[in-house]
Design a protein around this ligand. Structure first.
Ligand code: UDP
Length: 325
């Protein structure tokens, strides 16, 4: 199979590239390196079935050529991470909306299957936990920039489903729940790499808000494994699917304590009000737990790597090469 991965030099994209190459697929990668990194794809360079372009999905001729050469497009290119969203809202909205418009428009010309990355962020402040794909989305007001990320991804989902219904474009939408693993940097605010780096450096471990908000973390290999299945499967077309790990929901303060204990760090745990961590009036999602019924039924998906091991592996990633810290 020939697969185009937009955002292929990012954390998730680069792991997917590796997995596709390992099973003998041909990969075309498109990334503008805005949050991705050339280091992530260095080991793949020179491999016979690997082709890459450092460019934006907004460059229509380049993207059109790559879409034409692929059988399937995995559209991961997006502005990600709450910090980035709060700091660069214009770029977030434009990248997420126009990038997806471009990919869907070009894929539609030859009806190439598109796997569209979305996010559990779309469930917003909903208290209907665990989150089911058909549940209502509960977003805050437009004056609170955080919600622009969820809203931009919701528009992407609407557009993809519209292409499916109106033009029979085969699309699969997947909503990721806090994916973690090697190559994820703390640069864009993601909590586990952030806490691990802080603990290893002996810096304060910064818990935002009261630390009672909770998340479920998914290891990258579980995400990649199920994405490979979705790329192959006909039955997934036209569906919205959660991808996460429902085994353990952890409070953020509790998470900070676990990272501190596991690293043997002397860092103190400090509470940082949301206003200081992000911006005035910032609203967080109190809980975020996936309902995995749909993806289990469709693919037999079962997350394999759970929180304790996720933390061990991320700590190992940063300690094995101190330059990463
Ligand atoms: N968080 C934190 N300290 C940090 C980074 C994040 O307490 O240094 C919190 C953040 O406010 C959120 C949770 O950890 O409640 C997860 O944040 P992340 O950005 O990793 O993902 P999100 O679930 O917000 O998309």
């Amino acid at each position: 199979m020939k697969v185009l991965i937009t955002g292929g030099a990012g954390f998730i994209g680069s792991h997917l590239v590796e997995a596709l190459l390992a099973r003998g697929d041909t990969v075309f990668l498109l990334d503008n390196l805005s949050t991705g990194s050339i280091d992530n794809i260095e080991p793949m360079k020179g491999r016979p079935r690997f082709h890459y372009a450092i460019d934006s999905v907004m460059n229509e001729p380049v993207t059109a050529e790559l879409v034409d050469r692929a059988d399937v497009v995995v559209h991961l290119a997006a502005a990600v991470g709450v910090r980035l969203i709060v700091e660069s809202p214009v770029n977030t909205i434009e990248t997420n909306v126009h990038g997806t418009e471009m990919v869907l428009k070009l894929a539609n010309k030859k009806k190439k299957k598109v796997l569209l990355a979305s996010t559990s962020e779309v469930y917003g402040k909903s208290d209907q936990v665990p989150f089911k794909e058909d549940a209502d989305l509960v977003l805050g007001p437009t004056s609170k920039g955080r919600w622009s990320y969820a809203c931009s991804k919701a528009i992407d989902e609407f557009l993809a489903l519209a292409y499916f219904k109106e033009k029979r474009l085969p699309v699969v939408i997947f909503r990721l729940f806090n994916t973690v693993g090697p190559r994820q940097t703390g640069r864009y605010g993601m909590v586990i790499p952030n806490f691990v780096k802080q603990a290893l450096m002996g810096h304060p471990i910064t818990v935002f808000g009261d630390g009672q908000q909770s998340r479920c973390f998914t290891y990258i290999s579980d995400v990649v494994g199920v994405l490979l299945k979705l790329a192959d499967q006909e039955a997934a077309v036209g569906q919205v699917l959660n991808i996460g790990n429902d085994r353990e929901e952890v409070g953020i303060l509790d998470l900070a304590r676990r990272v501190k204990a596991k690293t043997g760090s002397r860092s103190e745990i400090v509470m940082v009000p949301y206003d200081q961590a992000y911006e005035e009036g910032f609203e967080d999602m109190p809980r975020r737990v996936p309902d995995l019924g749909r993806i289990r039924a469709l693919t037999g998906y079962e997350p394999q790597v759970h929180l304790d091991e996720i933390l061990d592996r991320v700590i190992e990633y940063f300690t094995s090469d101190r330059a990463r810290v």
